[in-house]
Ligand binder design. Sequence first.
Ligand code: HEC
Length: 197
Amino acid sequence: MNDPQSPRDPLLLDHDADGIQELDNNLPSWWVWLFYLCIAFAVAYMLYYHVLGKGELQIASYQAEMATGNALKQASISRFESSLGAATPGAEAAVIDRGRELFMTYCSPCHRVDGGGLVGPNLCDDYWIHGSQFADTVKVVWNGIPEKGMLSWREQGMKPSDILAVSSYIYTLRGSNPPNPKIREDQAPATPTEVYE
Ligand code: HEC
């Protein structure tokens, strides 16, 4: 391949692969320093985190952050729970719109899109199983009635502001008289099948 007569670059290495040859240049000194630095860093890192155990590993710092987050969440849940009794329905369009959206997504399968009741009771009349005050509605939505099939929306992960929004939306349904509402529980026939037909 190489012509022995022609002058040859002294850096040229002997091996060649399919006619491709390489020069034996020195590595740039910035690269070499970077390489040494990486080695030094790795040694320092291993000593600090794994040998001396001074630094927090990823798992530990994740758990610490989760604990801080959970404490914040608990504090805001307790604040919300202690304010439940004094809750008042919001009337701003943004709140009602958000409430309607939540209702259509999460509640309508059981309470019907117009709130007339299906599996869950009619939410449009003046008859309430768990109390007619706005605060009663908020408490039911927050805590649920697990033994009767009404979910706890706190456990479902609904935010306090959303709980208030959806309760405020329900508040606007009062007196809306949807057609064919679900029969009141205390007036329903004894055989529940007739109710669901
Ligand atoms: C899986 C079905 C189901 C879903 C979904 C559901 N509910 Fe209910 N809900 C019920 C049942 C059943 C009851 C009746 C509980 C009882 O008889 O004690 C009820 C009761 C209620 C009550 C109390 C009514 C009263 O007369 O006191 C409110 C308020 C209510 N639900 C709101 C909501 C809201 C808001 C949502 C959506 C975020 C929702 N529900 C989603 C089944 C459901």
